[in-house]
Design a binder for this molecule. Structure first.
Ligand code: ATP
Ligand code: MG
Length: 393
């Protein structure tokens, strides 16, 4: 008998033709996360198995991987005879205290001579005979004993741990997350990763108007996302010149609209260069002037690439609850300002028009500014396996 981790796929098992791609990606992602631990992974269309000498550590790590519906610590037996199963089951139960129990059996080996119900019944009878003061309770058992009969092998397990669900990261392609230091964008990123999108991130900084602390905050947030994304590449764009030029050259009520059109243009270029097909951001309908439907329309018009807004229909309280759940909230509320807050006009337009955008954008050579910002930008590669970033932040 050996102890291992068994993974159930959930939603993934509904993928028919491309299940191979999904499962191979999941395996690769698990391998990446377990780089520092000795392990071996095998899988078929129903289950994935991970063996290794530190099962508890492996268990902790796989809980952060998307594409997993359920995780169990299982005991694998080298055959599937009822004698062998009952022998090992009694051994496992000898040190377990419980009053009521239920046995549930699954048979993936349909040629197995005994039905699932009968196996459960027989094993139940053996337990009743061998353990004192225990009873069967089919509705609300203290101990649920799961037995799986597979070809040539069988498995016993007790507790089930909920996995993160979603799709394995990378299986749906790539995208560029606009990552500010705020509450919303890390949550938006998390949700996109959960749908299988491998992200890179872009942060627009405006030194000296924005501080190094603001940038470090974004790096800290990127590091949280890196855990789920197999690492993350963070592009830092120096936005100072673009922002100052906009500030000098256009009516202030349009500052944010034009500034965001520039951010979109740069993000789309970065996404394209990274072989991505979308931009992801933390916009939410109506949250601020730049997120009215009219603003979104006018800002979006600057690029052709689709913009995914996972939080579009969430209210702030729902977003905050998610941010707490994924542990980005505490970092997001640190008080350092990002570039948007410094150049915020008193009365930003809430119904901008495209005609005005075209008109104002003629006031300066934005193509050249974008070209320069992209040419000199900094790239920070964040690898969650490396300790050094902990020390940095
Ligand atoms: P957040 O939305 O992340 O809480 P915020 O509310 O300050 O931050 P908004 O002004 O609402 O940001 O901007 C909407 C979205 O635009 C952000 O969620 C983020 O995706 C993107 N964004 C804003 N500022 C930046 C920036 N400096 N760098 C990268 N992306 C940004
Ligand atoms: Mg926001």
């Amino acid at each position: 008998m050996r102890k291992l981790i068994m993974i159930k796929y959930g939603e993934l098992s509904t993928k028919k033709d491309n299940i191979g791609l999904f499962l191979n990606t999941l395996k690769k992602n698990i391998e990446y996360t377990l780089t520092s631990l000795e392990h071996e992974i095998t899988f078929d269309k129903a289950r994935m198995f991970i063996t290794g000498n530190d099962i508890d550590q492996i268990l902790t790590k796989v809980q952060n991987i998307f594409g997993i519906h359920q995780i169990v610590i299982a005991y694998e037996l080298s055959d599937n005879t009822l004698e062998n199963i009952s022998f090992h089951l009694l051994n496992l139960l000898s040190s377990t205290n419980f009053n009521t129990f239920k046995v549930e059996t699954k048979r993936s080996d349909k040629k197995y001579p005994i039905s699932s119900m009968d196996i459960s019944r027989k094993l139940g009878g053996i337990i009743l005979k061998n353990k004192e003061n225990v009873q069967v309770d089919v509705h609300n058992p203290e101990l649920l004993i799961n037995v799986e009969i597979r070809q040539n092998k069988s498995y016993i397990y007790f507790d089930k741990i909920k996995g993160l669900g979603g799709y394995p990261v990378g299986v749906l392609g790539k995208g560029m997350l606009m990552l500010s230091g705020g509450i919303d964008s890390p949550v938006a990123g998390y949700m996109a990763i959960k749908r299988g999108v491998k992200l890179e991130a872009v942060y627009f900084e405006s030194p000296p108007h924005t501080s190094i602390e603001a940038k470090n905050k974004v790096i800290a947030l990127a590091k949280k996302l890196a855990l789920y994304n197999n690492g993350i590449k963070l592009h830092v764009i120096n936005f100072t010149k673009i922002q100052e030029t906009i500030y000098k050259n256009i009516p202030h009520e349009y500052l944010i609209t034009i500034m965001r059109r520039m951010m979109y243009r740069i993000s789309a270029k970065l996404s394209y260069n990274a072989r991505g097909s979308i931009i992801v951001n933390g916009e939410s309908i109506g949250q601020v002037a730049s997120q009215t439907l009219a603003s979104m329309n006018v800002i979006n018009e600057a690029i052709k690439m689709p913009v995914i807004r996972p939080l579009a229909c969430f209210d702030k309280l729902e977003i905050i609850a998610l941010a707490k759940q994924i542990d980005t909230y505490k970092t997001s509320i640190l008080p350092y300002e990002d570039c948007c807050t410094i150049f915020v006009p008193k009365h930003p337009v809430i119904n901008p028009t495209l005609d005005k955008c075209y008109l104002y954008e003629k006031n300066f050579d934005y193509e050249k500014l974008i070209y320069e910002a992209l040419k000199h930008h900094e790239i920070i590669k964040i690898n969650p396996q490396e300790k050094s970033h902990n020390e940095l932040l």
